[in-house]
Design a protein around this ligand. Structure first.
Ligand code: SF4
Length: 413
């Protein structure tokens, strides 16, 4: 299977989860989303729910693997297939295009709502807007509440002056979070972050004490002394639930083919490279759940099988995996704190540019990648003054900026 494959939709596995959420019956495809993809269907056996971990101080058990639904073709079918394979945590957002699909599913099977952990996100400019926008999200999802409501991608897109760094410890935002939870429209409130200064956002949340959960760009081989690792420690100690995201993107087919041959742990356990990466992430007990954008049924099978065979990895095995993966060509910055830009002497956001190029080239999200590129400040896109050799030398993921950045400019501008 290929994690970079956006198609490969297997028609045999259409399932319909019953109202009780415990049985599966054959369907012929009735909704508009289904009709685009549906064909003959087989009855599919329901698996037990995948293992859970408590989400921070809330103690709410959440699936250790959750389904990211960003612009996912065939998401109607993949939601149901994930559910049938034991996933009970679904991640969406205002901009993902998947809320209406989830809404239709919940309308068909209202009893499912209480059996899943449903997360959505918004892009508010003010605390009041965050409160108000939740009604739009609930209407799109056709539900009365979400389990977790997040400020979407807090960081420089909320202002390059980084005033948003104060939000996780401000009284106004605290009052908004409390009002939302009191209304019963969201059980928990927090933010997602893949900004280069995310360690500072996490530290602010640990100090503020009112953020319930954070979805954060993460890598399983963080340096112990890194700012992000220390910020994760601070959040974990403060009882903030942590959800990993964007951890296994940006790998090409070389990773799929070559890594298992060179990592004894994978060979012994008969795991793929992605299954090994998931095991490495779950070995960090601070991480309650991992968000993975699974775009075909093979990926769902592979990743839910990984969780069922999970045992914590030894550090030496994680390092073996890290060294092998980093030797492969990679396009996405996964643990960006901006050191490439500093080393290269540029204000350009090299990590963001490679991330958007990955969206464009590997995920096929071309218009979305271009839209996000247009939202970046002009200086974040202008890498003409960068010393790319120094930037490459500074990047722990060994990104080859000299080939990636010209392509980013060509494709995204
Ligand atoms: S050095 Fe590499 S990992 Fe760090 S910000 Fe730059 S691209 Fe991302």
């Amino acid at each position: 299977m290929s994690h970079s494959n956006q198609s490969g939709l297997d028609r045999r596995d259409w399932i319909k989860v019953s109202a009780a959420g415990i049985a599966a019956t054959a369907i012929t495809g009735s909704t508009s989303a289904q009709s685009a993809l549906a064909g003959p269907v087989n009855i599919t056996k329901m698996s037990d729910p995948v293992p859970t971990r408590p989400l921070g101080r809330s103690g709410i058990p959440v699936s250790m693997l959750n389904l990211g639904t960003f612009r996912n073709p065939g998401s109607d079918r993949l939601l149901r297939f994930s559910y049938a394979n034991g996933v009970r945590y679904f991640d969406t957002a205002d901009t993902y295009g998947s809320e209406p699909v989830i809404g239709r599913w919940l309308k068909e099977d209202p009893a499912l709502r209480n059996q899943m952990f449903l997360v959505t996100k918004e892009h508010p400019k003010t605390p009041q807007q965050f409160i108000d926008k939740l009604d739009e999200r609930l209407a799109a999802l056709q539900t009365d509440y979400v389990d977790l409501y997040l400020i979407h991608g807090i960081g420089n897109t909320y202002g390059s002056d980084y005033k948003s760094l104060d939000w996780p410890k401000s009284k106004e935002w605290q009052a908004a979070f409390e009002k939302i939870k009191k209304s019963g429209k969201a059980k928990l409130v927090g933010f997602s972050c893949h900004d280069s200064r995310r360690a500072e956002f996490l530290q602010a949340a640990a100090v503020g004490g009112f953020v319930d959960a954070i979805m954060v760009q993460y890598t399983p081989w963080l340096d112990k002394e890194s700012k992000l690792n220390k910020a994760l420690d601070a959040c974990h100690k403060a009882g903030i639930g942590l959800i990993s995201m964007k951890q296994i993107s940006g790998f090409g087919d070389k990773v799929l083919k070559d890594v298992p041959k060179h990592v004894p742990y994978l060979k012994e356990k008969n795991l793929t490279a992605y299954q090994g990466l998931l095991h490495a992430i779950w070995s960090d007990e601070r991480i309650a759940s991992v968000c993975v954008s699974m775009v075909n049924t093979d990926q769902i099978r592979e990743n839910t099988a990984a969780i069922k065979s999970f045992e914590p990895m030894k550090l030496t095995d994680i390092h073996d995996l890290r060294d092998t993966v980093l030797a492969c060509d990679r396009t996405l910055c996964a643990d960006c704190d901006g050191q490439c830009s500093r080393a290269g002497g540029t204000k350009a956001s090299l990590g963001d540019l490679t991330r958007l190029l990955t969206y464009h080239d590997q995920y096929g999200y071309r218009s979305e990648a271009k839209r996000l590129y247009r939202e970046l400040a002009p200086e974040s896109c202008d890498w003409s003054d960068a010393d790319l050799a120094l930037a490459e030398a500074a990047c722990p993921n060994h990104l080859k900026f000299s080939s990636l950045l010209p392509r980013a400019s060509q494709c995204l501008s």
